[in-house]
Design a protein around this ligand. Structure first.
Ligand code: GCO
Ligand code: MN
Ligand code: MN
Length: 392
């Protein structure tokens, strides 16, 4: 008898990645100590590799090399890490800098009020870019964990924007001069750890990018939990990035609105939101890495952390297969066709401005009453979606 193939088994072609800080998260929180052992980078790679199907492992400079490691210690860690990557055929698609843990960054890195701290932040990032390049990383993420304020008495937000731009322009040129070939991906977050963080939503970075010296090098790394924390529709932010050709990387997890920064397993809270995100990424053929920036519940033991990692990938695959069925579902598609009403004549008029088009448009007779009466059976459609997703 032929072996049944699991259709939800991930493969490296899915480009699922995990960070050292995600699967390796020991479960500490602001109120309590770690509930799991702290693992070495190589042990974390083993834990990811053992699940099968992942594409890569990402790191912050100090996830791999502690900030105060000696050169000999650093060399040994890198050797062990590299061997573990080889064992599991995993790569390092993305690297980033920890510009938030050390007390030196208590008031920000690139936007700090202290020029010495700002210069150190750039210096630390240059070294971290070198480290990432040694492992072949091609995406470089910027998450400004401490860029922000508690009191706006402390910093000028216009000056902060200028300082941030200056740092990025410098690092883009460094990227070029070293031939690292990185694509920079900016990650927005509204708050946590700062009371208010600069560049609070993905759109903030989409607005910054065209003002940079090398906009072509820069895009975004939106995270599900971040817009969701603020009660916003994450998928809409991702859509805007996609449409602008700026969705370089994505952080997948889950989050309840209005709660602390939860970093839950992707799809664990809002199944519907997760589905429509996967639908967007699938329909618009997003090809970049899909990074699970989440961690297992604090109660989980190492075996359960395995379920967390495998579950993250399975959920994505399951939703992806649902997207295909959704796009073929006759009832849903026929409703969608009804709802999207074309009008070739009018569309031609509004597509581009010309004096003739403007004149013809002004001369067009519209019946508001008739238009308003056209049916939009959105209740029917949304109920179909519920039944479809729940297998009724
Ligand atoms: C957070 C962020 C981070 C970043 C990471 C990579 O809320 O803490 O999501 O996990 O993604 O620092 O830049
Ligand atoms: Mn986050
Ligand atoms: Mn993130």
């Amino acid at each position: 008898m032929a072996k049944r193939i699991d259709p939800y088994m991930p493969t490296p072609a899915d480009k699922f990645t995990f960070g050292l800080w995600t699967v390796g998260n020991p479960g500490a929180d602001p109120f309590g100590k770690a509930t799991r052992a702290v693992l070495s980078p190589a042990e974390i790679v083993d834990a990811i590799g053992e699940q099968g199907g992942a594409y890569g492992v990402n790191f912050h400079d100090n996830d791999l090399i502690p900030i105060d490691a000696t050169p000999a210690e650093a060399a040994q860690i890198k050797k062990d890490f590299r061997a573990a990557l080889r064992r599991h055929k995993l790569r390092v698609p993305m690297a980033t800098t920890n510009l938030f843990s050390d007390p030196v960054f208590k008031d920000g890195a690139f936007t700090s009020n202290d020029a010495e701290v700002r210069a150190y932040a750039i210096h630390k990032t240059m070294n971290a870019m070198q480290l990432g390049a040694e492992f072949g990383a091609k995406f470089y993420v910027f998450w400004g964990g401490r860029e922000g304020t508690e009191s706006d008495a402390t910093k000028d937000p216009v000056v902060a924007t200028k300082r941030f731009r200056e740092a990025i322009d410098f690092l883009c040129d460094y990227n070029k001069s070293q031939k690292f070939g990185y694509k920079f991906a900016f990650e927005a977050k509204p708050n946590e750890p700062r009371g208010h963080m600069y560049f609070s939503v993905t759109g903030s970075y989409l607005a910054l990018i065209p003002t940079l010296k090398h906009p072509e090098m820069c895009g975004v790394n939106p995270e599900f939990a971040h817009e969701t924390m603020a009660g916003l529709n994450f998928t809409h932010h991702v859509a805007q990035a996609l449409e602008a050709g700026k969705l370089f990387h994505i952080d997948l997890n889950d989050q309840e609105i209005g709660r602390y920064d939860q970093d839950f397993r992707f799809g664990s809270v809002n199944y519907k939101a997760a589905f429509f995100l996967v639908k967007l990424l699938t329909d618009y053929k997003y090809k970049g890495p899909k990074h699970f920036d989440s961690h297992a519940y604090r109660q989980s033991d190492p075996k359960d952390v395995g379920h967390f990692a495998r579950g993250s990938m399975r959920t994505y695959k399951i939703l992806e297969s649902k997207v295909e069925k959704f796009n073929k579902n006759r009832k849903i598609q026929s409703l969608l066709n009804k709802i999207n009403r074309d009008n070739a004549k009018l569309s031609k008029l509004t597509r581009n401005f010309s004096k003739a088009n403007a004149k013809a448009l002004l001369a067009t007779d519209f019946s508001r009453e008739k238009m308003a009466k056209k049916s939009l059976p959105y209740e029917e459609l949304d109920q179909l979606v519920f039944e479809f997703l729940n297998g009724a």
